[in-house]
Design a protein around this ligand. Sequence first.
Ligand SMILES: Nc1ncnc2c1ncn2[C@@H]1O[C@H](COP(=O)(O)OP(=O)(O)OP(=O)(O)O)[C@@H](O)[C@H]1O
Ligand SMILES: [Mg+2]
Length: 420
Amino acid sequence: MDFDAIQFWGKIVQSASATANIFEREFARETIFADRAIITPHYTPKELPFREPYINNISSMLAQTIKGKKADNIFIYGKVGTGKTSVTKHVMQQLLEFASSKNVAVEGNYVNCRNHNSKYRILIKAAKDFYPEENFLGFSAAFVYEKLVDYARKGRQIVLVLDEIDKVKDLDDLVYGLTRANDEMQQGGISIIGISNNVMFKDRLDPRTKSSLCEKELVFPPYNAPELTEILKQRTEKAFSPGTVDESAVSLAAAIAAQESGDARTAVKLMLRAGEIADRKGSGRVTDAEVKKAKKQVDEEIIFDMVSTLPQQQQLVLYSIAALSLTKKPQPKITGEREEGVLFSGEVYDEYCTICRKFKETPVSARWYREYISELEMFGLILSTASGKGIKGQTTLIKLGFEAQRIKAQIERELSDSTA
Ligand SMILES: Nc1ncnc2c1ncn2[C@@H]1O[C@H](COP(=O)(O)OP(=O)(O)OP(=O)(O)O)[C@@H](O)[C@H]1O
Ligand SMILES: [Mg+2]
């Protein structure tokens, strides 16, 4: 550091020491959290109440691998926050721990396909776990695939967990390749656990992929209010300091989450945000009031998450709806009033095709487009209704359920991330 720089930093340090360090206040701030991480949705608890039968089921299917045989592929689906990821990670952790303690050649990969959304990216992620010192970027998919198969061929059983598998663009190719490799292997094997919260996804698969991927199937049901109360009790007891959370606040959070979706993530998030609100207020306590306040914040976060988990093509459809809603003039109604943001299904499809060209994507057929629309409605992101006769013949009218500008901006960000 040269002399000028030392003087410069010296002055800064001097002036800062005249007043308290800006972190002093944050450091001294009282908190009701004993261990905040435990109540975040990313935390995988060791105990997963109400999922015992699923844990047992998956472990007995995977037990084949510790006997040196390939396990059947498993497809797990169920709505958001029903414990699919947590249960699978828990079972995998136990499997790998056991295998290593017995010196059995079982290995596992966990791939989140939201971040690795193509066959190539998945293969690279998986191969990199087994050959940490090698760099596969730039090599062909065939080469990376061969390396992965080679690893299994040496007598190893590999379990490849593909979470959010509906995100994979060329899944048929990947599954077909791995199935063929298994058929040709003398020893070793690669089993797949596919996880999805998209109930319609399975029906969209190529029949051959479907029968290969779904050799075994498990459906995780939503949790009811008493189950969520119990789950939350266990988590809050460890996450918060004793006596800082009202019992009624826990029941309320559980009731809200059960009523909306039966989703444990929403329940956990409600308690996390409620705790943060209590900390900000300095009240030292989570009551019903903090949970009610947290609900608003969590609702917004859920929409944000939902949009970001949509497959890219569906994001493009939603993007088209948002973009058109912003530019289209209000629609006259029979009563003479004008309604904003009401779109014709046909014009949305045209806009979608234009936007696909802009993003260099091939648009899906009108039939798939209609499927996407009904799914977006099911997620509550849009409203749609058949128009009466008269308006352009009979058509479907579509309206965005949320603020167009925000949805559009979010998808723009997501798309630029995934193409980066
Ligand atoms: N039985 C349970 N006991 C305790 N916590 C649970 C249980 N089930 C789910 N959770 C918690 O709920 C949150 C969501 O669970 P998880 O991520 O496993 O759901 P998911 O089914 O994978 O959801 P998505 O489809 O959105 O990926 C996590 O914080 C997890 O720890
Ligand atoms: Mg999950």
